[in-house]
Write a protein that binds this ligand. Structure first.
Ligand SMILES: NC(=O)c1ccc[n+]([C@@H]2O[C@H](COP(=O)([O-])OP(=O)(O)OC[C@H]3O[C@@H](n4cnc5c(N)ncnc54)[C@H](OP(=O)(O)O)[C@@H]3O)[C@@H](O)[C@H]2O)c1
Length: 241
């Protein structure tokens, strides 16, 4: 894989694909956008979000932004049209939005967006889910993640990639004390244990992109757990400057 990646990226670039990102203002979405621009993988990059994001850097000058009202997504069909690949990094927390608000964002907004993307011609949908996602779980978070995974699968994208990372390691701008504590604990644990249960955001993002450029496996749906994300996301770290 390590040796193959540069060639796979080059072949992928030649296909002039377009991409959209949902959740590009979030911790994962921001890193994903930067990496997509750094790697120059797509000929057109569109962000779909609830607000316009301010970018100063020249590198972002060709990024298109579609501002939508997620409560009325049917009014924004055109925002979802004509993208080959889609990445969904949308999400909130129960603490921030309440149980109902969490379900609304992490299930309903994600599912509706996926439906519109499919109708708009998207052939490869990438969903950032979570370790432990399980539609039968008694924990709301894991149940919703499992349910949305399954319902997006019913849409039958040509290719559907589900990423199930453990705790995301990043310097979160917004304060989340419980996540901060978990990160501190992971930081003090042996590498092998920590890498089974947590993963740096940049590794998740690189896994998503390294996966997107490699040929599709025979199955339409592929599931990458924390271990697979680690391996794929770090596959060509040694070749990076
Ligand atoms: N944190 C972890 O350790 C962890 C572990 C595994 C999986 N995950 C999952 O990974 C995904 C991304 O996580 P993250 O930490 O990168 O997310 P994040 O930093 O919280 O960003 C969330 C994104 O969703 C958007 N969003 C939130 N509420 C919204 C609403 N009501 N309407 C429209 N947009 C809304 C935000 O937009 P605004 O900027 O406009 O608010 C932002 O772009 C989530 O689904 C999360 O559950 C997280």
């Amino acid at each position: 894989m390590t040796e193959a990646l540069p060639k796979l990226r080059e072949e992928f670039r030649m296909q002039n694909k377009s991409v959209f990102i949902l959740g590009a203002s979030g911790e994962t979405g921001q890193v994903l956008l930067k990496e997509i621009l750094d790697q120059r993988l797509f000929s057109k990059v569109t962000l779909i979000g609830r607000r316009t994001l301010p970018f100063q850097d020249e590198a972002y000058k060709n990024v298109n932004q579609e501002v939508v009202d997620f409560e009325k997504l049917d009014d924004y069909v055109s925002a979802f049209q004509g993208h080959d690949v889609g990445f969904c990094c949308l999400g909130t927390t129960r603490k921030k939005a309440g149980a109902e608000g969490f379900v609304r964002v992490d299930r309903d907004y994600v599912l509706k967006s996926a439906e519109l993307a499919k109708a708009g011609g998207c052939t490869h949908f990438n969903l950032l889910s979570s370790k432990g996602a399980d539609k039968s779980s008694s924990f709301l978070y894991l149940q919703v993640k499992g349910e949305v995974e399954a319902r997006v699968e019913e849409l039958k994208f040509d290719r559907y990639s589900i990423f199930r990372p453990g705790v995301l390691l990043c310097d979160r701008q917004e304060s989340r004390p419980s996540e901060w504590l978990v990160r501190k604990i992971f930081g003090s644990l042996p590498e092998s244990w920590a890498s089974a249960h947590s993963v740096p955001v940049v590794t998740v993002v690189r896994a998503m992109l390294n996966n997107a450029v490699r040929p599709q496996v025979p199955e339409k749906t592929e599931l990458l757990d924390n271990k697979a994300i680690y391996a794929l996301g770090k596959a060509d770290d040694a070749l990076r400057p």
